[in-house]
Design a binder for this molecule. Structure first.
Ligand SMILES: Nc1ncnc2c1ncn2[C@@H]1O[C@H](COP(=O)(O)OP(=O)(O)O)[C@@H](O)[C@H]1O
Ligand SMILES: [Mg+2]
Ligand SMILES: [Zn+2]
Length: 511
């Protein structure tokens, strides 16, 4: 007796349909799962059997074959426990036969028959809806996340027995419903706010420009200067997250299992700060059951690399491709997965090994040679992708003591939103949305400067010994500064300010 129960699996960020075909026949008692299941699914065999028994049903001695179709696609994850158990219970005639063609089942079983939450519910349900699925039976803890997808009926369940009763019409379970608009509008608040940062007007200004133009940036300064404090607040001044962006962020965190409890949709831009000991696969993604890495968890938000020179050179090297492509491809034995990773890179570092080179508070104890070696740890190609550099000095005690509120993130974000809107409209046809993405060709078109600016740049180049690479970065940043002022043309003062954000080239990097 064959029963077919529908379920879902994942390939990268997308869900795909899996038919769980359960065939139970009188033959030599045996039970097997076929159709390219991975180890986690093989483990399902024992779990399902014990869960069925512990839910009070007989596990009959039959020949049972479970086939996961399509057979040629690798399937991963524990979500097939529930559909397999349902298929078997239908074949055992514990559940009445019915039309299962428009229903998907997802859930891991505990040995006691409890249904445990799984990762990736949102992308699976999004795809299910596209395929015309009408009902989804999911772990109760995942029900709100599933309900983000409109026009499918979500039934959240806690126990295998409960699902059997439900399918046999012995109990009613209220479908889960969430008001997405309300959820999205009400929770767009950031926990951390720039109003908490005293002084540091010049750094805040630089970060506002970075946020407006999507520019990667580097903060150099002594320990305690406030670098981490400010960087953690950058997501709150980035342009508002659209619903589509929020959905994309949520999909990634759903798959990675990093969705906070009771948060069906992420409504604020992510902030990730992997430690410098992070492994390459945790950073870019991968693993036995592949998961998005930190760079994808930072998608549409901020990736903060604190203490940049402490990172392994190879680790930083792998960031080059993703920084350029805004997506990362992970090769697997019989497939390649792609995850998006469009993040704003923010890095911080001390100016020298002891941390106090150039500081007014404390004497630096490093030799020039040690300082050079420290700075040289940062690879040129990475530095190449950083448009804005700033030196952070600690605020004076007096400033810290002053009350008086600094400007809120919301205020700053309003200016950023306006500047970004100009860019989106200007570059609409080119498939880019911010000044940081300008190619040399587009720089020629959109970053024209007058003779006064040109003269200014020439002087800066001679005095600061700037490189040709720095030239384009200055133009891009100047474009953003002009956009913040809603100016059509780049003016000399915009250029002058942009030049400031390269002052470390000469001081530290010989770049
Ligand atoms: N401008 C500031 N306004 C308010 N508090 C500050 C400021 N700068 C530093 N602090 C305080 O000092 C602490 C240490 O700063 P932190 O951001 O960790 O420095 P860094 O990352 O540069 O070593 C912060 O958590 C904050 O409490
Ligand atoms: Mg810090
Ligand atoms: Zn030092």
């Amino acid at each position: 007796m064959l029963s077919i129960i529908k379920s879902m699996s994942l390939q990268g960020l997308e869900g795909f349909l899996v038919d769980v075909e359960v065939d139970v026949s009188a033959g030599i008692p045996n039970w097997d799962i076929v159709g390219l299941p991975d180890i986690s699914i093989k483990e399902a065999k024992e779990r399902v059997k014990i869960a069925i028994k512990n839910s009070g049903y007989e596990f009959k001695s039959r020949k049972i074959v479970v086939n996961l179709a399509p057979a040629n696609t690798k399937k991963e994850g524990p979500q097939f426990d529930l559909p397999i158990a349902i298929g078997i219970l239908v074949a055992f005639e514990e559940i009445k036969r019915q039309d299962f063609s428009k229903t998907i089942f997802l859930g891991e079983l505990s040995l006691e028959g409890q249904i445990k939450p799984i990762n990736g519910i949102l992308p699976m349900c999004i795809e299910a809806k596209k395929l015309g699925i009408k009902n989804v039976i999911v772990p109760k803890e995942n029900a709100e996340e599933a309900a983000i997808v409109e026009d499918i009926e979500v039934i959240g369940v806690e126990e295998l027995k409960e699902v059997v009763y439900y399918l046999n019409d012995e109990i009613y379970i209220k479908p889960t419903y969430v008001n997405i608009e309300e959820l999205f509008m009400n929770t767009k608040e950031y926990q951390l706010d720039f109003s908490e940062v005293k002084g540091q007007e010049n750094i805040k200004r630089a970060l506002e420009i970075a946020a407006a133009g999507g520019h990667n940036c580097l903060l150099v300064g002594s320990p305690g200067a406030g670098k981490t404090m400010m960087v953690r607040r950058i997501p709150s001044i980035l342009p508002d997250l659209s619903f589509e962006e929020a959905l994309e962020v949520t999909k990634i965190h759903s798959i990675a299992g990093t969705l906070p409890q009771n948060v069906p949709i992420i409504t604020t831009r992510p902030y990730r700060s992997p430690h410098h000991t992070v492994s390459i696969s945790s950073l870019v993604g991968g693993g036995r059951i592949p998961k998005p890495g930190e760079i994808s968890l930072a998608h549409n938000g901020v990736l903060f690399l604190d203490e940049l020179p402490e990172f392994n050179k190879n680790t930083l090297e792998v960031l080059r491709g993703p920084l350029e492509d805004k997506k990362v491809t992970i090769s697997r034995v019989n497939a390649a997965l792609t995850y998006p990773c469009d993040f704003m890179l923010v890095a911080s570092m001390n100016p020298c090994p002891c941390g106090f080179y150039g500081s007014k508070e404390k004497e630096c104890t490093c030799t020039q040679e040690a300082i050079n070696k420290y700075m040289n740890k940062i690879s040129g190609p990475l530095l190449d992708r950083i448009d804005i550099q700033v030196e952070v000095m600690p605020v004076k005690y007096q400033k810290l003591k002053e009350d008086g509120q600094a400007e809120t993130s919301k205020n700053i974000r309003e200016r950023v939103n306006k500047a970004r809107k100009i860019q989106i409209e200007r570059y609409g046809n080119y498939g880019i949305y911010s000044n940081s993405q300008l190619t040399p060709k587009l720089i020629d078109i959109y970053c024209k400067i007058d003779s006064k600016s040109s003269k200014l740049l020439q002087i800066a180049f001679e005095n600061l010994h700037l490189s040709a690479r720095a030239y384009n970065r200055i133009l891009k940043v100047a474009r953003t500064i002009a956009d913040l002022e809603q100016k059509e043309n780049i003016e000399a003062k915009h250029i002058a300010e942009a030049i400031q954000y390269r002052s470390l080239d000469k001081k530290y990097f010989n770049n």
